[in-house]
Design a protein around this ligand. Structure first.
Ligand code: ADP
Length: 502
């Protein structure tokens, strides 16, 4: 593995598919290009998987499940996962640079957030491999009842482009700790880090076929994987729209499904909040990863009493956010991931204006040096005078664009905060401890942050209420999504069953 060099822009990297422990071309021979979103230049040329490759990978994953991997002890599985976590840590600088080159996120985020959390997840679930246990149940009579917690088998996993390696880690680590095998499709925008991860799986010594990585498009490779009769589960992170397609595709085979989907999180600033802390929290909520975060605090509810003061300070600080070369350690925001995403954001600025919102700052791409003029950059943007029923407050924009909404009192606030099809996360900024807990309970969301935002840990569950998805990733809850429970009954009486006569 090597870091991307400036001269590399002229010679794109090349990747094949990773199936059954081997690097192979797609059956069709097709490839696709993935650009560096900061410059628009081609970063890599990647084999393009389709249905035939999905079929091959599912067969390989089944063979591994029924063979070496299925027979391996939990301890050895855990040791392999731990070894992988160490290899990732050793290579984390190169991986962070590649992640930034492929996705556009600032290097300080890849380096200090994404990669450390990838390592943490593999390390955490390595420890779980030997701790997945059943129970004994106190049933009446001369009976003994116990449960076994078994792997599901072959898991399909489809991940998005916003945190490529981290989303892979959230899915791979619990699936493998529980003893499953995996066919994973990275997003077409960001396959590079995942293909490098394939090399580390090989180096760690995982048996062939335990993980198979198939870069390709959603409508082809992704759809083929979700509908495949040979998989036992499909796990997906991405848009709610595609999540519905996945659930439909899986329903023909009643394949088990877990979904981590969109959000439109309320980030609530009460009048008693520490203003400076809350302004920083609002910025963390919306500008982190250029706002391409499913739990982004994109609906900023501000108490009427402090609205002017708060928005003034937020606007002033937003103007100082450094947007530019993501490889520069001083950069706060890099480019959006793709031209499509940039267009989508610009479209929402027009929609906001049309709906009567005001643009307090931003609203357009920044002026940057020549080298970055083909990049997909956008300025930190605040919409003022937003009403909760406007499209910009109801639809996921997935950019550094926040809608500020004023509230008068707690009842008015709670009603609006929960008036959304989503329920992934929420933020609350207040010094009043009872109010903080009251709201944490009343908000319909899978994660609530109080006087903080975007906190994650491999041990803490993450997932959505309502149309934000099914299931929880990370923590012990993730293992429940990758295991089946089997109940076993044993008659201890030794007597024949007399129910239908002697
Ligand atoms: P976004 O809209 O943010 O690009 P998507 O939900 O479209 O996010 O994409 C997330 C992942 O889902 C990507 O890996 C993408 O290729 C995949 N995907 C998109 N469409 C489908 C589909 N119809 N079936 C399966 N996977 C899909």
């Amino acid at each position: 593995m090597s870091s991307p060099q400036p001269s590399e822009s002229k010679t794109p990297r090349k990747y094949q598919l990773f199936i059954d422990g081997k690097w192979v071309d797609a059956e069709s021979g097709k490839t696709f290009e993935t650009p560096n979103p900061a410059t628009g230049e081609t970063l890599a040329e990647v084999a393009e998987a389709d249905k035939a490759d999905v079929d091959k990978a599912v067969v390989a994953a089944r063979k591994a499940y029924e063979g070496k991997w299925g027979k391996m002890s939990a301890r050895d599985r855990g040791r392999l996962l731990y070894k992988l976590s160490q290899l990732i840590e050793e290579h984390s600088q190169e991986l962070a640079e590649l992640e930034t080159a492929d996705n556009g996120k600032p290097i300080r985020e890849s380096q200090y957030v994404d990669l450390p959390q990838v390592v943490e997840n593999f390390e955490y679930f390595a420890g779980w491999a030997t701790k997945i246990e059943g129970e004994t149940i106190p049933v009446p009579g001369q009976m003994f009842n116990y449960t076994l917690r078994e792997p599901l088998g072959v898991c399909g996993q489809i991940i998005p482009w916003n945190f490529p390696l981290l989303m892979a880690a959230w899915k791979l680590a619990p699936a493998l700790a529980a003893g499953n095998t995996v066919v994973l499709k990275p997003a077409e925008q960001t396959p590079v880090g995942i293909m490098e991860l394939g090399k580390l799986f090989q180096e760690a010594g995982f048996p062939d076929g335990v993980v198979n990585f198939l870069p390709g498009y959603g409508e082809t490779a992704g759809a083929a994987l979700a509908a495949h009769p040979g998989i036992d589960k499909i796990a997906f992170t991405g848009s709610t729209e595609v999540g519905k397609l996945i659930a439909r595709a899986a329903s023909d085979n009643l394949t088990k499904v877990s979904l981590e989907l969109g959000g439109k999180a309320p980030n609530i600033i009460f009048a008693d909040a520490d203003i400076e802390q809350a302004v920083n929290g609002a910025m963390m909520g919306i500008y982190f990863n250029q706002g391409q975060v499913c739990c982004a605090g994109s609906r900023l509810f501000v108490a009427a009493e402090i609205k002017d003061q708060f928005l003034e300070r937020l606007t002033e600080k937003s103007k100082n956010v450094k947007v530019g070369n993501p490889m520069d350690s001083g950069t706060h925001m890099g480019p959006q991931v793709s031209a499509e995403q940039l267009d989508r954001i610009k479209g929402y600025v027009d929609i906001a204006r049309g709906e009567g919102a005001t643009v307090l700052t931003g609203g357009e791409p920044p002026q940057l040096d020549e080298e970055f003029q083909k990049g997909y950059f956008f300025q930190p943007t605040i919409f003022g005078e937003v009403k909760n029923q406007m499209r910009v407050a109801q639809e996921e924009i997935f950019g550094p664009v926040v809608s500020a909404i004023t509230f008068e009192n707690e009842d008015d606030l709670l009603k609006q905060a929960n008036e959304t099809i989503y329920g992934l996360s929420a933020g609350i900024w207040t010094k009043d401890i009872t109010r903080a807990h009251r709201f944490a309970k009343a908000i319909h969301a899978g994660t609530v942050w109080i006087n903080t935002y975007n906190m994650f840990n491999a041990a803490s569950p993450f997932g959505g209420f309502k149309q934000s998805g099914y299931g929880r990733e990370m923590g012990r809850h993730a293992l429940a999504m990758y295991t089946e429970v089997k109940s076993v009954w044993i008659d201890l009486s030794g007597k024949p069953i007399g129910w239908f006569g002697k």
